[in-house]
Design a protein around this ligand. Structure first.
Ligand code: PEP
Ligand code: MN
Length: 297
């Protein structure tokens, strides 16, 4: 008999092994009756507001960061993103400006007031990244880097954990469990697309996982339709879909000159398109009982 009142019991009961391992007890919803609110510098995920993170894939220069930061703030983004350490498939691709990139991010925060999220790729860089970042991003390729998960779990910064590009929902939740087990429960889960048989898009955005994660876990869940589609013109549609299925926020790549971007230009929105997308997103958010506040000056 399926339990229509409490699907989570079905997922976790031993005679219906939909999930093989139910040991993600700290991040599991049943163990905690209230949803976790993740907070960084007054920005909160997990309430009724849909919170938007936006910025370029990689930090390239002060001018690039500041132009983008101002534009995304004007559109209603609450947090600025930008990679200083870039996990690139080829070792010959731009690897990021490293500490100089972190300094550029910090200057953009000082000018705009936007908190910053940036990726920490290696536990050896954690102290350095913590000196600048408000939120630590653990990227897709590191979702099962268990030593890194434990290290960010011992830090005092919120963690944005991206789903591994071929990770099951259970592996994703167990990765979050690694962080939580070390004492840091401030975790945002981020769906960013998984590898499938199709090659027209680099990844396939898995929208199933949003209601699933929200059923199984009390952690906030956000969606990255930029990596999830790999084409800028698909991003607004999937952003709307993500909000409609219950995402607590979005992460969007924006670049003022995508043709000159040092990484992920083809999936980056220009600021004007970002602004338009935000307006339509506001209506979708309202339709599903969420808020996406109009930007203040
Ligand atoms: C990123 O957000 O810039 C990034 C590299 O994402 P992912 O780890 O999802 O590929
Ligand atoms: Mn990117």
């Amino acid at each position: 008999m399926t339990n229509r009142e409490n699907p989570i019991k079905d997922f976790l009961s031993s005679d219906r092994p939909v999930l093989k391992d139910s040991s993600f007890k700290l991040v599991r919803r049943e163990e905690q009756s209230t949803r976790t609110i993740v907070e960084a510098r007054g920005v909160r995920w997990g309430g009724t507001e849909v919170v938007i993170i936006a910025g370029p894939c990689a930090v390239e220069s002060d001018a690039q960061m500041l132009e983008t930061a101002r534009a995304v703030k004007a559109g209603g983004a609450k947090v600025l993103r930008g990679g200083a350490f870039k996990p690139r498939t080829s070792p010959y691709s731009f690897q990021g400006l490293k500490e100089e990139g972190l300094k550029i991010l910090a200057r953009a925060r000082q000018t705009t007031g936007l908190p910053i999220v940036t990726e920490v790729m290696d536990a050896r860089h954690l102290d350095m990244v913590c000196r600048y970042a408000d939120i630590l991003q653990v990227g897709s390729r590191n979702m099962q880097n268990f030593t890194l998960l434990e290290e960010v779990g011992r830090s005092s910064k919120p963690v944005l954990l991206k789903r591994g590009l071929s990770a099951t929902i259970e592996e994703f939740l167990l990765a979050a469990e690694y962080i939580s087990k070390q004492g840091n429960g401030q975790i945002i889960l981020c769906e960013r697309g998984i590898r499938t048989f199709d090659t027209v898009t680099k990844y396939t955005l898995d929208l199933n996982i949003i209601p699933l994660l929200k059923q199984l876990s009390h952690l906030p869940v956000i969606v990255d339709p930029s990596h999830g589609t790999s084409h800028w013109w698909m991003v607004p549609s999937l952003a709307k879909a993500a909000v409609a299925v219950g995402a607590d926020g979005l992460m969007i790549e924006v670049h003022a000159h995508p043709e000159e971007a040092l990484s992920d230009g083809p999936q980056s929105l220009r600021p004007d398109k970002f602004g338009l997308m935000m307006e339509t997103l506001r209506a979708v958010a309202q339709a599903v009982g969420r808020e996406l506040p109009v930007p203040t000056a």
